[in-house]
Design a protein around this ligand. Structure first.
Ligand code: 13P
Length: 255
């Protein structure tokens, strides 16, 4: 059985003091929680070092929200996988729709980052998902398939064992409009089938596919109960300890 992975994408929220407060609140509420759920927090770059110190000895893992695909060099303003690993990150979110939309990241570019993350032993959480226009024109399957093939290009079987995919329909992000359980599960199944075709069923069955897009404490249990939804990538609801820990609790109940 696949373990559930709940990751909080803080996006560009919380300064250093607010980070300390939120991490301490999450820690407090998770104290004694002993279910087999992988919990990841992804604060902004400037808070990662402090967050890493605060979560030592807890079940919480650290992730970044982005990185560049070179390890060092003249790339002003960028941060590398090597640097993230050195400060204690285990995960990195790649190809989030906000990066695709505002920073023009393409599948090819994201693919370079995925390879570099893996080369540095970071687990990439690779995001895919269609826009509202694409859904309404009936091309969701094609768009998501093209994205999955693009971001996974050139990866080996061994690499696939080390990644997490996140299906985040763009129209559900920050809008309060969650995909229905069926809509989400259907796309998760499509992704799993595609990975099976590209690699093998054995590998596809092990792949963690998170859902993201307006996940909250009310809808988390239902979503996480679906056959192919293996976790959540949480935005707004991860910025409050109560809602984030409730979602983790829901994942624990599903098992
Ligand atoms: P919301 O949960 O705020 O919709 O954001 C989802 C998301 O983009 C997580 O990466």
């Amino acid at each position: 059985m696949r373990r559930k992975v709940i990751a909080g994408n803080w996006k560009m929220n919380k300064d250093i003091q607010e980070t300390v407060t939120l991490v301490n609140e999450i820690k407090e509420r998770l104290n004694g929680f002993n279910k087999n759920v992988e919990v990841v927090i992804c604060p902004p770059f400037v808070s990662l070092v402090v967050a890493c110190g605060l979560i030592k000895g807890t079940m919480i893992k650290l992730g970044a929200q982005n990185m560049y695909h070179q390890n060092d060099g003249a790339f002003t303003g960028e941060v590398s996988a090597r640097m993230l690993k050195a400060i204690g990150c285990e995960y990195v979110i790649l190809g989030h729709s906000e990066r695709r939309q505002y920073f023009k990241e393409t599948n090819e570019f994201i693919n370079l980052k995925v390879k570099q993350a893996l080369a540095n032993n970071l687990t990439p959480i690779i995001c895919v998902g269609e826009t509202l226009e694409e859904r309404e024109s009936g091309v969701t399957d094609q768009i998501v398939s093209t994205q999955v093939k693009g971001v996974l290009a050139g990866l080996t079987q061994n690499d696939i064992e080390k990644i997490v995919l996140a299906y985040e329909p763009v129209w559900a992000i920050g809008t309060g409009k969650t995909a229905t359980n069926e809509q989400a599960n259907q796309v998760h199944k499509l992704i799993r089938k595609l990975v099976a075709q590209l690699y093998s069923w054995a590998l596809a069955e092990k792949l963690i596919i998170q859902y993201g897009g307006s996940v909250n404490q009310q809808n988390a249990f239902e979503l996480l109960s679906q056959s192919d939804i293996d976790g959540a990538l949480v935005g707004g609801a991860c910025l409050k300890a109560d809602s984030f820990v409730s979602i983790i609790g829901a994942a624990g109940e599903v098992g």
